[in-house]
Design a binder for this molecule. Structure first.
Ligand SMILES: Nc1nc2c(ncn2[C@@H]2O[C@H](COP(=O)(O)OP(=O)(O)OP(=O)(O)O)[C@@H](O)[C@H]2O)c(=O)[nH]1
Ligand SMILES: [Mg+2]
Length: 222
């Protein structure tokens, strides 16, 4: 059997109005490239990129949705599987910013309750054409308790930072969830004895007798 080349798989999703730059943001992250020609996405597409966080290889499967309304049914069917969603608007397009509340409602309706959300104000290289002040993006993100970055796929500003931050936030969540849901023994150790006992579970010599050794995650925050 082929050896697994990663420790964890995270599914991410990009949403937002057509033309805000979702495909370009993803292309910059995955291939470090940029295209000025606008080829509107048909339905849905995806890219894979593996990153390393906290010593773990994390495979990011990133789904790029079409912003056009006619693809709404197909794109929303992908929300449920997402662990993280990047909601993108264009700082030079007021309508794309006004529509954020509509996209947030879509997330509420179609995504998992504990999905990690992030707001991106893209095209921040076009300062002369800006119509959405940065403070407005910050404010709406604060109101909804989500992270916010202004990005530029063209000038490569904050693209990698945004993806890595989202992955880190998910990793933190997964880790906590894992302790609570699966590794009951580790939770006990967490509150009573030395954390290295949990680390030992990787060598299968631990006092932690949970037989699922996928529980490497338990060592992440020690
Ligand atoms: N100046 C500038 N232009 C950008 C940036 N990102 C994307 N664009 C341009 O914006 C246009 C739309 O980009 P796409 O990435 O195709 O937009 P999209 O959000 O994927 O659109 P749909 O697939 O229709 O939902 C293209 O002409 C890009 O070159 C950016 O950061 N700066
Ligand atoms: Mg696209």
């Amino acid at each position: 059997m082929a050896k697994k080349t990663y420790d964890l798989l995270f599914k991410l999703l990009l949403i937002g109005d057509s033309g805000v730059g979702k495909t370009c943001v993803l292309f910059r992250f995955s291939d470090d490239a940029f295209n000025t020609t606008f080829i509107s996405t048909i339905g849905i597409d995806f890219k894979i990129k593996t990153v390393e966080l906290q010593g773990k290889k994390i495979k990011l499967q990133i789904w790029d949705t079409a912003g056009q309304e006619r693809f709404h049914t197909i794109t929303t069917s992908y929300y449920r599987g997402a662990m993280g969603i990047m909601l993108v608007y264009d700082i030079t397009n007021a309508k794309s910013f006004e529509n954020i509340s509509k996209w947030l409602r879509n997330i509420d309706e179609h995504a998992n309750e504990d999905v990690e959300r992030m707001l991106l104000g893209n095209k921040c290289d076009m300062e002369d054409k800006r119509v959405v002040p940065k403070a407005k993006g910050e404010q709406i993100a604060r109101e909804h308790g989500i992270r916010f970055f202004e990005t530029s796929a063209k000038a490569n500003i904050n693209i990698e930072k945004a993806f890595l931050t989202l992955a880190e936030d998910i990793l933190r969540k997964v880790c906590v969830a894992f302790h609570i849901k699966v590794c009951v023994c580790c939770v006990r150790n967490l509150f009573s004895s030395a954390p290295f006992l949990i680390k030992n579970s990787e060598k299968k010599t631990s006092l932690c007798n949970v037989n699922n050794y996928e529980d490497k995650l338990c060592s992440i925050f020690f």
